[in-house]
Design a protein around this ligand. Structure first.
Ligand SMILES: NC(=O)c1ccc[n+]([C@@H]2O[C@H](COP(=O)([O-])OP(=O)(O)OC[C@H]3O[C@@H](n4cnc5c(N)ncnc54)[C@H](O)[C@@H]3O)[C@@H](O)[C@H]2O)c1
Length: 329
């Protein structure tokens, strides 16, 4: 897209922003400017920029090169709205599904991101989409079951950003079969990624968090680990129940060092992982839901933002159910 096209779109957006600002009583000295094109190498939607009138004039009146155009927006995001401003966060399994959504929300909240996944192309694309300059987002190929790879990835994050504040243990798989048909290998494969993975990643991140006497670890468990849902497979349910135990014990061990550890138990959300289940099985997981709304990746991402921010500073060891009221306890 050429600069003139960007300007045209920007002008439309600006017009509605002017009206908004008028209503909101925003100072005449500043125009707020939203991110307006997700696919373009501009920051994604919803973020508001504070651009001075002089800078605005530059954008409209002078034929400036594209680099300078972007520079005008740099560091102008409204920081008071951001819950994770300049926090360094590692998200495992960030390539798609819930992990991708968590990454997008964290980015909007001002975090510096390290996306870990075994599918490098997915995280590389996401990193580019979020931050074309790549100053705020790293993509690191890392298998959560491989301690060397994880340690190496974390040291790269530390070398670039100088600290690690948040770890979201999200990577997980599901290989479901009735127990009579489940081999020991398939049982272990799921336990290895879903339970040993969070153990390895948490153990590896502790030294960084201890150094700064603060950290937040968020583990993505599952409703399946709370109640045993029909058809999820004993391997999956056991791995997620294990994650809840890991969370509570870690919260006690690490609390004195200022490290908070919590888990989120999402209810059924349509992603690659859950698409493999027959529709009637997926539907059965929603039986008894209190609200009409279907669960979305964004719902889990919002909970992860809260548990990673200082808004949850007296909460540790909890299992946060994010399931529209399917399970209440
Ligand atoms: N989708 C749901 O309804 C649901 C419900 C409850 C819990 N969860 C949990 O949420 C997490 C994300 O699930 P999703 O539905 O987004 O899954 P998904 O299959 O859409 O995405 C999982 C991501 O994890 C990555 N991954 C897999 N193994 C990995 C490994 N060894 N190392 C690093 N990355 C790896 C994959 O490449 C993929 O990008 C999982 O832990 C899952 O168990 C999902």
């Amino acid at each position: 897209m050429e600069l003139k096209d960007i300007k045209n779109i920007a002008e439309d957006v600006l017009q509605s922003e002017r009206e908004f600002n008028k209503k909101a009583g925003v100072s005449e000295e500043f125009w707020s400017f939203p991110r307006f094109m997700r696919e373009e190498p501009l920051p994604p939607n919803d973020t508001v920029f504070d651009i001075s009138r002089e800078e605005m004039k530059k954008i409209w009146d002078v034929k400036i090169p594209i680099d300078e155009f972007y520079k005008i927006f740099e560091g102008k995001e409204r920081s008071f709205m951001m819950l994770l401003k300049d926090c360094v966060a590692i998200i495992t399994g960030a390539g798609k599904g819930l992990g991708e959504s968590i990454a997008e929300e964290f980015y909007k909240e001002g975090a510096l991101l390290a996306l870990f996944d075994i599918q490098y192309d997915l995280i590389e694309n996401l990193a580019k989409k979020l931050d074309f300059s790549r100053e705020r987002v790293m993509a690191i190929k890392a298998d959560v079951t491989d301690e060397m790879m994880i340690k190496d990835g974390m040291s790269k994050v530390f070398n670039k950003f100088g600290k690690i504040d948040i770890l979201v243990n999200n990577a997980g798989i599901s290989l479901h079969k009735p127990i009579k048909e489940m081999s020991v290998e398939v049982f272990n494969q799921v336990i290895n990624i879903n339970l040993n993975g969070p153990f390895i990643c948490s153990k590896s991140v502790i030294p960084y968090m201890e150094k700064q006497k603060r950290g937040k670890i968020v583990n993505i468990a599952s409703l399946g680990g709370r109640t045993g849902r029909p058809g999820v497979g004993v391997n999956y349910a056991a791995s997620k129940a294990g994650v809840i135990g890991l969370t509570q014990t870690l919260a006690r061990e690490l609390g004195p060092s200022g490290i908070y550890v919590n888990s989120i138990c999402p209810g059924p959300i349509l992603t690659e992982q859950t698409k493999q289940y027959p529709a009637d099985v997926f539907a059965s997981w929603n039986v008894g839901r209190a609200v009409k709304k279907d669960g979305l990746p964004q719902d889990v991402a919002d909970a992860a933002v809260f548990l990673s921010s200082n808004k949850s500073d007296w909460i540790t060891g909890v299992t946060l159910d994010v399931n529209g009221g399917i399970l209440m306890k």
